[in-house]
Design a protein around this ligand. Structure first.
Ligand code: NAI
Ligand code: MG
Length: 352
């Protein structure tokens, strides 16, 4: 039997509810498709921080390095500043393991309520740069508490970083509809975004069969709301990709269903799969969390591990449960997290 070592980090808030749901679903799938996942649970996050002063132990990354993949819930809770929780756990994993692609496919599922009047289908992927860009620790603050108080924040764009994310996006477009939209802001951002544009155009020249269109990120946001169907692959920097992928997820019916892979395409390090949503402290502990974002991320993990058939089976089961209205409150249903998980398992077992 094929076997995989999976590191599970439920993290905080609803991660504690959605991750166990995904584990259950994956164990059932393994039985159906002839593989076994051996799980190692890591209780890291804000509760761990409250006890120890760190989001994960010092050898945390070494321990994760031994796994074939990482499945993560969400991190962040009131009481710990968000930049502390993010930079103490998620960012180190993404960077240490060179997970330079944040891959965020978005398409509405039949049966979801959507905010747009025009509910034509769309099917797009946001390819977000995940290791550099606007998210940096370079900068500083001065004159705390005085009228001259100030903050400076530097962004980091390297040729290697932009080239490799652009190449990933163009390669992906060759396997899809052959269109790449690049999110820029080279009118307002004087240095880094013109550099981004230049490098993306140079990479585009390697892919004559792929059409590149450049959009300022603000206009792109508007186009996405007005006509998401015109987009296929969207390549974006760390910040713009973060914002645009929440926007597209909401257009598809809600951030509770959207998946994400933090991928090291070289496979030298484990990749990490997580829903795009956060820890949702407002509903944590109520049993109302939608497990689909987490479960769909787990389907992406199966694809990455080479279990594409099981991944496709799982996505089909997700589609079926949503179409049948067997969903949590955020999608207009009445099920709890556990009941939504039961519905998925039933569909898997009945061969749906
Ligand atoms: P959030 O994604 O946690 O919540 C936004 C809204 O969406 C809330 O009303 C929440 O109830 C709802 N929601 C999110 N996921 C849902 C699900 N699965 N089912 C039903 N409803 C769902 O974003 P927010 O409120 O900005 O952040 C809360 C905390 O999460 C913060 O500490 C933030 O830093 C952290 N966060 C962590 C992320 C991660 O671990 N990758 C990503 C985004 C935020
Ligand atoms: Mg985000």
């Amino acid at each position: 039997m094929r076997g995989y070592q999976i590191a599970a980090i439920p993290g905080d808030g609803i991660g504690q509810e959605t991750l166990p749901a995904a584990k259950r679903v994956l164990d059932v799938l393994g039985g159906l498709h002839g593989f076994e996942l051996s799980w190692t649970d890591y209780p890291w996050g804000c509760a761990y921080y409250a006890e120890t002063g760190a989001m994960m132990p010092e050898d945390g990354l070494e321990r994760l390095a031994e796994s074939d993949a990482i499945l993560l819930g969400a991190v962040g809770m009131p009481g710990v500043p968000d930049h502390v929780s993010l930079w103490g756990l998620l960012v180190p994993i993404r960077r240490q393991f060179d997970q330079y692609v944040s891959l965020r496919p978005v398409r509405p599922l039949e049966g979801t309520r959507r905010p747009l009047r025009d509910d034509s289908p769309f099917d797009l992927v946001v390819v977000r740069e995940n290791t550099e860009g606007e998210y940096s620790q370079i900068g500083g603050r001065m004159f705390h508490g005085t009228p001259n108080e100030m903050a400076v924040q530097e962004a980091v764009f390297t040729r290697r970083g932009v080239e490799r994310i652009a190449r990933y996006a163009f390669q992906l477009a060759t396997e899809r509809s052959g269109r790449v939209a690049s999110a820029t802001k080279s009118n307002g951002i004087f240095h880094t975004m013109p550099f981004w544009d230049e490098v993306v155009e140079q990479v585009a020249a390697e892919y004559p069969g792929v059409e590149l269109t450049r959009y300022h990120a603000d206009a792109l946001a508007a186009h996405l709301v007005l006509d998401p169907g015109r987009f296929d692959v969207i390549v974006a920097s760390n910040l713009f990709g973060d914002v645009l992928s929440d926007l597209t997820a909401a257009l598809a019916g809600g951030i509770g269903i959207a998946p994400c892979g933090n991928i090291d395409p070289t496979r030298r390090h484990p990749s990490m799969f997580e829903p795009i949503h956060g820890s949702a402290p407002d509903i944590a502990g109520t049993g109302a969390a939608n497990p689909i974002g987490q479960v769909w991320s787990a389907a992406m993990m199966l694809d990455h591990l080479g279990e594409a058939e099981a991944g496709a089976h799982l996505v089909a089961a997700i589609e079926r449960t949503v179409r049948d209205g067997l969903v949590t409150a955020d999608l207009g249903g009445r099920l709890s997290t556990a009941e939504a998980c039961d519905a998925l398992v039933e569909r898997l077992e009945s061969g749906a």
